[in-house]
Design a protein around this ligand. Sequence first.
Ligand code: FES
Ligand SMILES: [Fe+2]
Length: 388
Amino acid sequence: MFVNKLQMLADNLRTHNNVSLIPNPYFPEGWFAVCLSKELKKDQLKRLSYFSTEFIAIRDENGEAVVMDAYCPHMGAFLGRKGKVVGGQVVCPFHEWKFNAQGDCVEVPFCERAPSTARSKLKAYPTIERNGMVMMWRHSSREPYYEIPDLSELSGKAWTNQICFKFITRGNSMEAKENVCDGSHFVTIHDQPEPTFCEFNTDGPFATHRVQMGLNLKRLGLSPKVAKFVLKHVGNSDMTTSFYGPGFQNMHALNPLFEMAEEIHSTPVDEHRSIVWFLTRVSKESAWSPMPWLFLAIVKAREAKDVMMEVPIFAHKKFMDKPLFQKQEMAIPKFRKWYGQFYAEGESGKPVMRDIAANAPTSKTGRISKLESANGNAAKVQFAATDS
Ligand code: FES
Ligand SMILES: [Fe+2]
């Protein structure tokens, strides 16, 4: 029985790499999380694998985090194995060259002067710590040009502590991100009511997606009787997701029962996998404030179940450049056009993700002002996808 379950799990996570058909360059560019701040200890060298590349992370003598290349410029030793941090500086395990947090070679055994050429430098990436995460700037041609917001106001007494849920998802990273704009799957995968309002707006490297739907009390584990009573007194659930570049989004969900804030980071590991962090907290001041931890526990349990439903679909699906988007999915092509800006341009004449995203087909149905709700009643809704 247990073995069967394990086999089912393995099958669900299996990928069909040969049908991914993902054009290069594959990786988007911008700010990306690499680990939780608390996972990066002083005087410890942390090995990181992202973007099909190896990196290391250390804390300098002031405790500032920095992400660096993982191969020594001397003879190419891998610093992620037996490399050390001494006094905030990296020591190579081979000939013990020493590098400061800026990547300058500062000491070479048996030499009076360390080399100071560009080739002797260990590349250090712009690195920030925001909201409990270490984030690196990965870009082929630009210095950081947008900011990740400081959300420390959410760590006050009005909110619970965060619960972190980390998992690996397979498939194209743009598709995993656009999932939040896919109104149809809220019903079929997440057991939510049909959305009644959806809006997607962009502002350079930032974007906002807002969706409204009824509150599904079955999801919270309430019995039909209790749900019916509560539903009499509740209204819509409102979910706003703010995107900051390709690697971070902040989701705020408000409904009459509780208020939730979720920070979502996702970073490509290689062409077929990304690591995702869901960091979730619940307000202690919303209507049912005596039970914020109960709601948080229910939300995270449901989230784990949702992920187990969704991750296998992404693991098995192929990437499509021209999907048949329907009315509840019409924010997705707008999302793709926005997301495409984070891919590098390719050689002329060769289609790359940037072009594919820019040419995402839009729904034939166009703007929707009214649609039938799931129970057959006419529901006044508005679906809009606009560029600012
Ligand atoms: S390879 Fe690193 S010091 Fe020689
Ligand atoms: Fe989803």
